[in-house]
Write a protein that binds this ligand. Structure first.
Ligand code: DON
Length: 304
């Protein structure tokens, strides 16, 4: 028998079909060429059961949804205190590609904005493989399948990466960035170009919901306290300058990506992922936000 949860996810897609606002990301040419009609939604319980509807096998780049996982890896590598020496935890209130430095310390405000994520990527240890290989291995562990880079997205963004390169140079000047700017930005952009589906993302989110233990393999990927830190920063900064609106309407830690994905985490219960490529003015998927609001209302996901 077909699960009623799948029928419910079908209705989430049907009932948000009217949302056609927003625009494709145009500063990365490969994303501007995406099919705007693609849509998908998935849930994964902490027991590892995945429910998915829509274009469930459609691949798209993870983009900024990679940032919480890179932050987690940096904390596992160095401990939270050392990471806090380089990147803060305050919401910036600015768009994701602003410099947003703390004026007193010269550190980027948080690891979810580009400046903080470039800094975080550069922190990753490289004794046992490059930072990009380590991120791909991490995504593969989290989603329980081999994750690869979409080379056309990576090449496309590298070709138009001047703004991130500019941020990296300024971060180098303040002392926050520990690597040569071009190396850091190239690694960060390749991290963002990892190719995923909503199923992969729901499993990645479910690992965070499950305190860092991957629900299929039972491998502890992150320590419990690392997961708590990552979810806290996702709650306050994951949706950029829409974080307050998100927390009041959807009410769970989340992260968006400029290819149109959003992940959400209900601790102890489920990981959620939605995908639709058109973005609102904050760089978050317009229909994705609508789908998540509906899921939150219907399933009572709001934490408060
Ligand atoms: O650095 C960038 O601009 C992209 N690789 C990632 C930005 C992003 O996903 C913003 N999120 N909505």
């Amino acid at each position: 028998m077909r699960s009623p949860i799948l029928d419910y996810l079908d209705t989430v897609i049907e009932q948000t079909a009217h949302v056609d606002s927003g625009a494709l990301a145009d500063y990365i040419p490969e994303l501007a060429a995406a099919d705007p009609t693609r849509v998908a939604v998935a849930l994964c319980t902490v027991n590892g059961t995945v429910y998915a509807s829509g274009d469930t096998d459609h691949h798209f780049s993870i983009q900024s949804m990679s940032k919480p996982f890179a932050y987690a890896l940096a904390i596992e590598d160095y401990g939270l205190e050392s990471v806090l020496d380089h990147v803060g935890v305050e919401p910036s209130g600015d768009t994701f590609n602003e410099l947003s430095l703390d004026p007193e310390t010269g550190k980027p405000r948080n690891p979810m904005i580009n400046a903080g994520a470039i800094t975080t990527h550069a922190l990753l240890k490289t004794e046992h493989g490059s930072s990009v290989e380590r991120m791909l291995n991490l995504f593969s562990k989290l989603s329980d399948r081999r994750i690869e880079i979409d080379e056309s997205v990576a090449t496309s963004e590298l070709g138009t990466g001047d703004r991130n390169l500019g941020l990296a140079h300024l971060l180098r000047a303040t002392g926050a960035l520990t690597q040569e700017p071009r190396t850091a930005v190239e690694g960060y952009i390749r991290q963002c170009a990892a190719s995923v589906t909503v199923r992969d993302l729901a499993l990645m989110a479910a690992t965070l919901a499950n305190s860092g233990v991957q629900p299929h393999t039972q491998e502890r990927v992150f320590r419990r306290d690392t997961t708590r830190q990552v979810l806290s920063v996702m709650a306050s900064c994951g949706m950029y300058d829409a974080a307050g609106d998100w927390l009041s309407t959807v009410g769970i830690p989340a992260k968006s990506g400029v290819a149109g994905g959003i992940i959400g985490v209900l601790p102890g219960q489920i990981g959620v992922a939605a995908f639709s490529p058109r973005l609102d003015m904050h760089g978050n998927s317009a229909r994705g936000v609508d789908m998540m609001q509906k899921l939150s209302q219907d399933l009572g996901l709001h934490l408060m």
